[in-house]
Write a protein of this length. Structure first.
Length: 307
């Protein structure tokens, strides 16, 4: 009975995965709301008027991934799933939201196939024969593969935010020195951002340049950048500059004290990280010593128990 049921269940799971993949790729009729939201999202990314030649250069795999990501993004939009923290992580990494969603869906689809495939190997080796195992394995690996990109993005974004905070501390010192040299606040902010070509300075420089085009103040642009990247230091900086923007002496003092606070916080984080690494090394050394003692005591203990 089980020999007959197991292939049927495995085939059903594989067929379900193929149906979900084909259904996701099939063109469907979009509603007016989703179409307007799609145009707004493309315009925000600056790709609303992308040329057909540039779209064709993406290749077949790239177009497939873009199509899947676009449909999943529209589904998220219709359901009202904003995922703000995840979007901020992707903004820090300068990655596309649609491509990220496409990666999640394609990996989950691969997990649907990988689970039954793994069970087929185990069943061939006669280690398991339950027909319900392939279904659970398919769902388990699909869920696991679906959330793996989230873990990677959050880890990489945390590292880049740490680098960004270091750059912001140095940037505030440069702005303070420019103000002390007699420059105005807008000129000091832009001049400090022009010192380096690193990715963090480029983000700040682009935000300040966009502020001139859109007609908002530069500290408001810094606050919007902090909101987009999920960096609280930039939002706090924007709020403090909005309060003391007309008084150069207060701006200079505020920036200097804020930069000093950020340096102290960074030093505390470095010391804490060093302490954690020291503790982990101590634990590893203790485990190594314990294993060596077991290796020495084991022969003598076996002789005593045998006697």
């Amino acid at each position: 009975m089980s020999d007959v049921t197991m292939p049927v269940v495995v085939g059903a799971v594989i067929g379900l995965g193929i149906y979900v993949l084909v259904r996701a790729l099939m063109p469907t009729k979009r509603s007016a709301v989703s179409q307007v939201a799609r145009i707004d999202a493309m315009r925000a990314r600056g790709t609303a008027y992308e040329s057909p030649r540039a779209a064709a250069d993406k290749g077949r795999l790239g177009s497939l991934r873009a199509d899947v990501g676009q449909r999943v993004a529209e589904f998220y939009l219709q359901q009202g799933w904003e995922q703000r923290s995840l979007r901020a992580d992707l903004a820090v990494l300068d990655r596309s939201w649609e491509k990220f969603l496409a990666t999640k869906v394609l990996l989950a689809t691969a997990g649907l196939f990988f689970g039954p495939f793994l069970f087929a190997i185990v069943w061939t080796l006669a280690l398991a024969d339950s027909p319900i195992i392939p279904v659970w394995l398919a769902l388990l690996f699909a869920a696991l593969f679906f959330f793996l990109p989230d873990l990677e993005v959050r880890r990489d974004a945390a590292d880049k935010r740490r680098d960004l905070r270091r750059v912001i501390g140095a940037y505030l010192d440069l702005v303070s020195m420019s103000l002390a040299g007699g420059r105005g606040l807008p000129e000091a902010l832009m001049a400090a951002a022009d010192v380096s070509d690193g990715w963090a300075n480029q983000r700040i420089r682009n935000a300040l340049a966009d502020a001139r085009i859109t007609g908002i103040s530069q500290w408001q642009a810094l606050g919007q950048l902090g909101e987009e990247l999920g960096v609280e230091e930039l939002k706090d900086l924007s709020a403090s500059l909005a309060l003391v923007a007309d008084d150069g002496a207060k701006v200079r003092e505020s920036l200097a004290s804020r930069a000093e606070t950020m340096r102290h916080r960074e030093m505390a984080e470095i010391e804490g990280s060093a302490g954690e690494k020291s503790q982990s090394m101590l634990v590893a050394q203790l485990l190594l010593c314990a294993g060596f003692l077991v290796f020495l005591i084991y022969p003598a203990a076996m002789r005593v128990f045998q006697v």
